[in-house]
Design a protein around this ligand. Structure first.
Ligand code: ADE
Ligand code: ZN
Length: 341
C-alpha cells in the first residue's frame, strides 16, 4: 500500500494560502539587505532563524513586517517570488494562488507598482518556465483602517488585469471582517474574488461575519469554526473551501501538538479542507512538509491524500474546465499508484 505522504508529495497540487512575503528565506533576506544597503537587526541567518519562536500571531507579525522591510526594488519582489516558485516546483505544486500585502510596502514608501510589477513578472516566468499557473490575491491589512484599504484598492485599479482577488490578513483579534464591509463590496463590484482569514485566532463569530458581512468565496484557516456545529454545517452545505495551514497553527500556538490538529476532523466532517504553508520561511515547511507534519502525528490514509490534492484544485479560482482536467489527472495518477479517493 502506497504511503499517504509519498502519494501526496507526488500528486499534482495547488497552494491556495501563501503570503509571498512569508516565503522570504533568511538567506535571501540577508542577500537583498546587503545589496540594498539596509541593516537587519540580527548578526546572521542562524540568529535570525532562532528569533522565529512565536507565542501567537502578533509575535510573528512583528518579525514578518520587519523582514519584508528590506524589499525595496522591483527586482527584490521578483527574486522573492521566483525563489518561492522554484521551491514549490520541487513539491509538484502546479498552481498557486498567492497573497501579497501592498500596504506592508506602501506604508514604508515603496510603491504599489514596484511590488506588483516584480511579483507579476516572476509569476509570468513561473508559468512559462516551470509550467506553474497562478492567481494573485491582494490582501488588506486588517490592523489598518478601512480608508487605507480603500486607498489600496484605488492604487490597484491600473493593475486589475493582474489581480484575481482580495484577502484580509494581519492581526485578527479586534479587527473583525465587518470592519471591511465597504471595501469588500467595492472589490466585488470590480469582479474580484473575495477571501478572508477568519477563525485563525478569532472566534466563530468572525467566520460568520466573513460569510455574511463580506460574502467571501473561500475561508482562510477557519479552524475555530469547528467550535460551532451550526457553522460547520453552513460551511459544508455552502461548499466553502478552508485553506488550512498546519505548521502555521503549530508555530503560532493555535494548536500545541500536531496530534490535536483539526485537519483529520475537518475531512471527517465533510469540510473541503486544503493543506497550505502560509508563511513557509517562518513556520518551517512548504506544502508537502505541512502534510507530513499532520500525517506523522495523526496518520492520514491514501484516500485522504488524494482528497486533499483534489480539494486544492476544486477550491481554487481556476475555471470549471481547468478544475475538471486536474481532477481527472489526479484520479489517473492516484490509480497508477494504487490509490483512490
Ligand atoms: N500575514 C501573514 N501570515 C499571516 C497569518 N497567518 N495570519 C494573518 N496574517 C498573516
Ligand atoms: Zn495566512
Amino acid at each position: 500500500m502506497v504511503d499517504a505522504y509519498e502519494l501526496f508529495a507526488e500528486l499534482p497540487k495547488a497552494e491556495l494560502h501563501l503570503h509571498i512575503e512569508g516565503s522570504f528565506e533568511p538567506e535571501l533576506m540577508f542577500e537583498i539587505a546587503r545589496r540594498n544597503q539596509v541593516s537587519i537587526p540580527y548578526a546572521s541567518v542562524e540568529e535570525l532563524r532562532k528569533a522565529y519562536d512565536f507565542g501567537n500571531l502578533q509575535d510573528f507579525l512583528d518579525i514578518y513586517y520587519q523582514g519584508m522591510s528590506v524589499l525595496l526594488r522591483e527586482r527584490d519582489f521578483y527574486d522573492l517570488t521566483w525563489a518561492y516558485l522554484t521551491r514549490v516546483n520541487e513539491d509538484n505544486v502546479r498552481h498557486v494562488e498567492i497573497f501579497f500585502d501592498p500596504q506592508g510596502h506602501t506604508e514604508r514608501g515603496v510603491s504599489f507598482e514596484t511590488a506588483i510589477i516584480g511579483i507579476h513578472r516572476a509569476l509570468e516566468d513561473g508559468k512559462a518556465k516551470l509550467g506553474i499557473s497562478y492567481k494573485l490575491i491582494m490582501s488588506y491589512l486588517r490592523h489598518l483602517s478601512e480608508e487605507s484599504a480603500l486607498e489600496t484598492l484605488e492604487q490597484a485599479k491600473p493593475f486589475l488585469d493582474w489581480i484575481d482577488g482580495v484577502g484580509l490578513d494581519s492581526s485578527e483579534m479586534g479587527h473583525p471582517p465587518s470592519k471591511f464591509k465597504t471595501v469588500f463590496a467595492e472589490s466585488k463590484k470590480l469582479g474580484l474574488k473575495l477571501v478572508a482569514h477568519a477563525g485563525e485566532e478569532g472566534p466563530p463569530a468572525y467566520v460568520y461575519e466573513a460569510l455574511d458581512d463580506i460574502q467571501v468565496d473561500r475561508i482562510d484557516h477557519g479552524n475555530r469554526a469547528l467550535e460551532d456545529d451550526g457553522l460547520v454545517k453552513r460551511i459544508v452545505e455552502g461548499g466553502y473551501t478552508l485553506t488550512v495551514c498546519p505548521l502555521s497553527n503549530l508555530k503560532l500556538c493555535g494548536v500545541t501538538d500536531m496530534k490535536d490538529h483539526p485537519l483529520p476532523k475537518m475531512l471527517e466532517l465533510g469540510l473541503r479542507a486544503t493543506v497550505n504553508s502560509d508563511d513557509p520561511a517562518y513556520f518551517g515547511g512548504y506544502v508537502n512538509q505541512n502534510f507530513k507534519a499532520v500525517h506523522d502525528a495523526q496518520p492520514l490514509s491514501a484516500a485522504d491524500a488524494v482528497t486533499l490534492a483534489k480539494n486544492s484544485f476544486s477550491g481554487s479560482f481556476l475555471s470549471a474546465q481547468e478544475k475538471a482536467s486536474w481532477l481527472g489527472l489526479i484520479d489517473e495518477q492516484a490509480a497508477e499508484m494504487g490509490a483512490t479517493a
